[in-house]
Design a protein around this ligand. Sequence first.
Ligand code: WT7
Length: 641
Amino acid sequence: MPYSYQVRSSEQYQEAYKKSVVDPEGFWAAVAENFYWHKKWDKVLDWNFTEPKIEWFSGARLNITENCIDRHLATMADQPAIIWEPNNPDERTRTVTYASLHKRVCQFAQVLKNNGVKKGDRVCIYMGMVPELAYAILGCARIGAVHSVIFGGFSAQSIADRLEDAKAEFIVTCDGAYRGGKDIPLKSVIDDALIGNKTVKRVIVYTRTRTPVSMIKGRDVWWEDEMEFAETQIEKDGVVSFPAEEMDAEDPLFILYTSGSTGKPKGVVHSVAGYMVWANYTFVNVFQYRQGQIHFCTADIGWITGHSYIVYGPLSAGATSLMFEGVPTYPDAGRFWDIVDKHKVNILYTAPTAIRSLMGFGTAPLAGKDLSSLQILGTVGEPINEEAWHWYDENVGKKKCPVVDTWWQTETGGILISNLAGVTPSKPTYATLPLPGVQPVLVDENGAIIEGNNVSGNLCIKFPWPGILRTTYGDHERCRLNYFSTYKNLYFTGDGCLRDEAGNYRITGRVDDVLNVSGHRIGTAEVENAINMHTGVVESAVVGYPHDIKGQGIYAYVIYNGHHEDESLRRADIAQTVARVIGAIAKPDKIQFVTGLPKTRSGKIMRRILRKIAEGETANLGDTTTLLDPGVVEEIKNGKL
Ligand code: WT7
């Protein structure tokens, strides 16, 4: 099945792009014709960025799981939908065909129904990377429940905050998860998150590690028991069915929490139809997917990349998606290459941080691995440095595979700026050109649009694309303030960007107080709040600094007034506090104890100075005369770690 909307040449890209700008409604209506609708839309697009109000395909009725599964059954029932590679290479691989995916998803939808889950209810999913995670997600979508997946690295406190914000009544989890050499006790983290929680009625527990778990009567049930019973309900005379809930185009599909520059993470909400069209369109075009290819996205489904390019994008396109439970360095640094070789992977989509970490092991782990199946390489999550780009291109792609550098965000639902593999040219460190439907603009501090090429500014988007977020859960005003109020009538990305002489975009990193650590977004305010919870901490300031592998590391300046003279013990305690409050992913890499922080007379911390010191750039700190106590800067400089 070729995709009629797959652009196959540079000319076709230009043509599609032009049409998407001149006649966006006509353009997206034509793309949307390729999906399965119960009822088609009354209006393709209705929008304003002031409220904001964004509606795509309004009036249309559909279910995304029929588009991801049922409609492929007639021709591709036996084709693998998901190939699962376990953490331990000695364990058996699992292949889930479209027919078996259909059965499992129907079965799990029935389980949800049996447990009282209804359309619109929020279901929190906290699982490792097992196929059952995909069944859980799609099962929710099938009955119209709103899933909110939480990455396995977040702490009980983080889960508790998200459960409360989402007013979730249901949880799907695992006893534990295998990740490299570690077993992570997921259910026990959930138990901690549920201490004092009054809203969660049911916890469904899938057995993966068979670690001891406490199962509370009346609240906790085993996945296996529930699935077994549901099987008798969904299967009659060998025919499997569970009716897909007919959803409105603008009904919410999922919530995914992400960090911003202030306070607690916000629940980004994506709606059914627009997200589906966007995840599919970008998957088919950026990776130039062809039927039968094996697509391996190495992300965790706890992040948006996994939602869009392991689950919804590939499955809606009838693709084969490889899902990997483990980590790139287990049992050794050749694991990715073993997987590519074993499963004859055609498309590999990973993060710069993974590439840099593997680069550190040299080319020995690649030796003897047959990578000839690879046709396309992709990166996502952070700016890729030139060295990593070339290493990937030369050693993994053998200079024969186009490399796509895909820029996007949790809020954008799918890729916005990227070259299209083999169709539009790549340029190392550049995401290059916007996808059809995406209208980027650069603005200066005052919000004036910067025209022309060879310029830089803050990256905004001036027109909605189908995958744009619709709101932040439970707080629409927060959505407006965060994304639509900095610059009038523009969606503000939070990224700095430059545009070269040919109009290619290069994303240079966040311009707000958000860090990107190993491709994970972490707000400095969030880390500061966590550090400040530790007894003895008076005040703290957190900034990012360049880190060889992680991209950015977390540097914390801490004023401490407690006992324990041993600084390394204090540091370990503070790190432990952050791990408890947020999760291990937010632990500071460096903690410098200081007696004061550089503040203006009005009490504002001068982060610019702290950032420069953390970056090692102490010579040129800029104007420090407006500081309340300029002396403190000397002390901080001298104590730099
Ligand atoms: C932020 C979004 C998109 C899925 C993974 C991260 C940075 C993302 C690139 C890229 C340079 C990138 C941006 C963006 N980013 N991709 N190809 N080049 N920067 O999703 O957690 O929502 O983070 O990641 O700073 O704003 P996220």
